[in-house]
Design a binder for this molecule. Structure first.
Ligand code: SF4
Length: 231
């Protein structure tokens, strides 16, 4: 067993560390990294944050406002180098008002810690700020109405890199209908600023499909290299 500091987190991911030696982590592809026009993050006392959060909390732009307990705005460092983007709140997130809580949140935390990041080091947000009923996929009109909020968050955070977790988030950010298996495992970029992006599986999927965890670990290694290359 590895004696490295990540071993306990790899164990939390359910990853066999010995097997990783036979299957080395992905490295950043030889293709040049996308150009990234990095903006300065907004100062912590910038009133655009409370303005945006208040706007979201009262939003009725789409039908999802009818069934929500509360909006789930996002959580974390507002000057984070890494932005984690998921799909939409689930039942527990709707109850607690925070993205990625419960078992999927615990696994996401372990995934971040496996590459040396605490949950509090990053910013975590979803594309949709309200829970779709029965955790169904977001509808196009819902994502269209809600995406401007995420875009404003991205503008304020000005992250160096982003991690899309799950098919819905990845396809939406990349404006692609490719399956997640074709989007993960490589360095991509999204948005007007061409923010470097790594795609991986949603922790809820990993809980259901543990065999995908080794691929997710490869994605995390790619992300770690990306973050190191930008430091
Ligand atoms: S999902 Fe987004 S657009 Fe729809 S009501 Fe909630 S905050 Fe508004």
């Amino acid at each position: 067993m590895s004696k490295g500091p990540q071993s306990s987190y790899l164990a939390a991911l359910g990853i066999d560390v010995y097997r990783l030696r036979d299957r080395p982590p992905a490295s950043i592809p030889a293709t040049p990294a996308p150009a990234c026009a990095v903006a300065e993050p907004a100062p912590a006392n910038d009133d655009r944050w409370p303005t945006l959060e208040a706007e979201v909390s009262k939003c009725t732009r789409c039908e999802l406002h009818r069934g929500r307990t509360q909006t789930v705005f996002g959580v974390g460092r507002r000057d984070a180098r890494l932005l984690v983007i998921g799909e939409a709140p689930g039942a527990e997130e709707d109850r607690q008002g925070e993205p990625f809580v419960g078992r999927a949140g615990i696994l996401l935390n372990a995934m971040l810690r496996s590459i040396g990041l605490a949950r509090g080091d990053v910013y975590i947000a979803n594309i949709l700020k309200c829970r779709p009923p029965g955790n169904r996929d977001p509808k196009p009109d819902e994502t269209a109405e809600c995406t401007p909020y995420l875009e404003r968050q991205i503008e304020l955070i000005a992250p160096r890199a982003a991690l899309a977790v799950g098919r819905i988030a990845a396809q939406h950010l990349l404006q692609s209908d490719e399956p997640i298996g074709r989007l993960r495992g490589k360095l991509l970029s999204f948005g007007a600023r061409r923010i470097p992006l790594v795609v991986t599986y949603h922790p809820a999927y990993l809980l259901r499909s543990p065999s995908a965890k080794s691929k997710s670990w490869q994605d995390l290694c790619l992300l770690r290299q990306l973050l190191k290359s930008g430091s």
